[in-house]
Design a protein around this ligand. Structure first.
Ligand code: URA
Ligand code: SF4
Length: 215
């Protein structure tokens, strides 16, 4: 028999009309799904709440979970380099994740924590935070880094490999905005050595589309 875990979703923890800082504070007590319990802390967002661009990742990794800040590990360093190379102004970027707690597996206590992708149920449970912060920041362009963020924000039939780098105009609570999906920086790091530079260049090329969309 499959046991269904009750996941009420984050909505009841999201204060209405709250700014980004209030949302960050409130997210610390979210119990919208079971991921909060084994994690160290919630990892909300970083960057300017007045940003014109939002970058949405999957979920915090091991280092992000320990430090409470998104994209501070290896994937974050690669992303930062790509952002700079594409000519996106660092100060004009807001960075967050589709899921705000680190999901992992651990073989034994004290063993290395192995990243585990969030299920659709976690993405759905956590989405009220993403919706609330994006409504507050109100970026002109939202970039989905990888399939998890795309599941949260892009049309249902969106596929990263097929549809990446293509701007979509999507109607939001703040009017029509540009959304674009691309590869996740962690996926670039997983590409075998001989193809990694090409994968990185393709990420930079997609981020240049964002720069163009900003005009
Ligand atoms: N990968 C993500 O998707 N987000 C982070 O914050 C770090 C790694
Ligand atoms: Fe709440 Fe999201 Fe954490 Fe689940 S992952 S407990 S919905 S903040």
């Amino acid at each position: 028999m499959v046991t269904r875990i009750e996941r009420p979703g984050a909505q009841e923890w999201v204060p209405e009309g709250a700014g980004v800082e209030q949302l960050r504070e409130a997210a610390a007590s979210c119990r919208g799904c079971e991921l909060w319990e084994p994690a160290t802390q919630v990892v909300f967002s970083a960057g300017s709440p007045g940003a014109r661009v939002a970058l949405v990742g999957e979920q915090p990794g091991d280092q992000e979970d320990r430090r409470g800040v998104p994209f501070v590990g290896p994937a974050g360093r690669l992303l930062q380099r790509a952002v700079d190379e594409a000519g996106l102004d660092r100060g004009g970027v807001y960075v967050t994740n589709a899921v705000k707690h680190f999901r992992f597996e651990q073989r034994s206590p004290g063993a290395r924590r192995i990243h585990k992708s969030p299920d659709l149920a976690h993405i759905t449970a956590c989405r009220p935070w993403l919706a609330a912060e994006l409504a507050q920041v109100d970026p002109e362009v939202v970039v989905c880094l990888g399939a998890t963020a795309a599941k949260a924000l892009m049309p249902k039939d969106f596929r990263v490999t097929r549809d990446r780098g293509r701007p979509y105009r999507i109607t939001t609570s703040r009017g029509e905005k540009t959304f674009l999906g691309t590869i996740h920086p962690s996926a670039v790091l997983r590409v075998p050595e001989e193809g990694r530079q090409d994968a990185y260049d393709a990420l930079v090329a997609d981020l240049r589309v964002v720069v163009e969309a900003l005009g």
